[in-house]
Write a protein that binds this ligand. Structure first.
Ligand code: AP5
Ligand code: MG
Length: 214
């Protein structure tokens, strides 16, 4: 099953991903996580992505699409994937759709997490992320059991993401409205989109997302 988990920055895509992947038995393919891993490892891809991420802009379509299609071709992705943070432009959506078509596959479900901007700003500015494993927390809504220590991997690496500073958060939201929101009607027309009110509690949103998959 190929699932697209869509939504603006801070909507809760990363938070909901593990439960969806477990339910659908598919790997989690999050383009932002891939860029951050490359950044930590100092690879050329990480160097290239850094400037765009720091400014809250999108990495060029050609770079992202090569990365994703390469990932989709790997053995563990043959039964499907959960795409988180991709596609983010109509060009990316069209290239994904073409690649899947050429490979006898398709997008099965699109789930859109809906959250208004004022809530997104609160979520992103309070978010803390584990640098070691990528797990996400929130200082008020979902803190780790021990401050600064990750509940998932146990490392003391839970910090604020560079792009969660206020000015970058606002730039990311404006990039979303300018470039990414247009992907929704494109997907709606071709695949259909299940809308989920993601302003509710993490557990309630999780239940609604799993219901959408069933
Ligand atoms: P990426 O890493 O994809 O960031 P994003 O889309 O901006 O999304 P986030 O990870 O910020 O939000 P999320 O929806 O995962 O929210 P989360 O679950 O953490 O991309 C980063 C950058 O990489 C981009 O800016 C771009 O430069 C580049 N990039 C990536 N993909 C690209 C692409 N396809 N094309 C071009 N460039 C690309 O939750 C947020 C917070 O809210 C957390 O603190 C969480 O605990 C809390 N929370 C979650 N759910 C709830 C709830 N229901 N109630 C209360 N709090 C909640
Ligand atoms: Mg995320």
């Amino acid at each position: 099953m190929n699932i697209i988990l869509f939504g603006p920055p801070g909507a809760g895509k990363g938070t909901q991903a593990a439960a969806i992947c477990q339910r659908a038995s598919v790997p989690h393919v999050a383009t932002g996580d891939i860029f951050r891993r490359n950044l930590r490892e100092g690879t050329p891809l990480g160097q290239l992505a850094r400037g765009y991420m720091d400014r809250g802009e999108l990495v060029p379509d050609s770079v992202v699409c090569d990365l994703v299609t390469d990932r989709l071709g790997q053995p563990d992705a043959q039964g499907g994937v959960l795409l988180d943070g991709f596609p983010r432009t109509v060009v990316q959506a069209a290239l994904l759709s073409k690649w899947l078509d050429e490979n006898g596959r398709k997008i099965d479900v699109v789930v859109n997490l809906r959250v208004p901007d004022d809530v997104l700003v609160k979520r992103l500015s309070g978010r803390r992320t584990c640098l070691a494993c990528g797990a996400t927390y929130h200082v008020d809504y979902n803190p780790p059991s021990t401050p600064g220590v990750c509940d998932v991997c146990g490392k003391a690496d839970v910090v604020q993401r560079d792009d969660d500073r206020e000015e970058t958060v606002l730039a990311r939201l404006s990039t979303y409205h300018r470039d990414t929101a247009a992907v929704l009607p494109w997907l709606q027309e071709r695949v259909g989109v299940v809308d989920v009110d993601a302003t509710r509690s993490i557990d309630d949103v999780g239940a609604a997302v799993l219901a959408a998959l069933a």
